[in-house]
Design a protein around this ligand. Sequence first.
Ligand code: TA6
Length: 302
Amino acid sequence: MTQLADLQSRYASADFLSFTEVAPDFITLKITTPFSTATVALQGAHVMTWQPKGQKPVIWLSKAAKFAPGKSIRGGVPLCWPWFGAHATEAAYPGHGFARTIPWTLLDARKLPDGRVRLEFEPAMNDTARAQWPHATSARNSITIGQELVIGLSTRNDGKAPFQLGQALHTYFEIGDIRQTSIAGLEGCAYIDKVAGGKLKKQKGAVSFAGETDRVYLGTTGCTGIIDPVLKRTILITSTGSRSTVVWNPGAEKATKMGDFGRQGENKMVCVETANAADDVITLAPGETHRMTAQYRVIKHG
Ligand code: TA6
């Protein structure tokens, strides 16, 4: 029995869930709730889309995104785990870790009494992942779909020695126009400006965008808002287990070089990432679990 047939059989009674093989060995889940719809790729337990009823999509997915085993998807909510950015010592290891390019196993899918849907996944660690991450580790990604989207990434140290964990929910948000978009909630925070060679700066007022923007904000409080006057909404981001927030827009030149943003896709997205990055990397003791969550909610203007 194929994996697709097995999933369809196991969840045949789940009227809120369907499975599609969008490309060879690349299965996605379609979730329908009374409040919103979503699609999730098994690879990386990767939320690809989320759209509340009566709203434009909140999570951005590139029209040029590629769906193939081992290839990261441009858009959605890539899981950067178990390190963020370049590996600390091995330049050949994949940027942002391997979580987003390995298969994850669907452990559970259920409709909650209030109509929301909750999915639970764990990573199917392969030889490459174990070679790059030689620590006994358990991980879970929990996705709750309703009027809000809530993602919870948990990591447990099952070994006998502590290890350092870096991670991010690398979420791409859909906006009307990057030049008219601003981000509130980071005022006064220090940030590492990766476009300025990693220089440490301090945020004055709301974050605005005039070209490539790539910043790691430090000591963040877990509440930010993407203010979008074009789509007449604010996307509220509430995080726990995270004291760093990454803000990224590639700008036109870098987006073109990346090749999977689609035509001027960079004007319609911004990444605001709930993270444990830079000096917010977590040291996990044996037996300890760290959970990082993000909740996304839309407030309509006017
Ligand atoms: O989170 C921002 C960032 O680290 C940028 O520096 C840029 O590299 C972006 O992630 C995209 O990375 P990816 O590996 O998904 O192309």
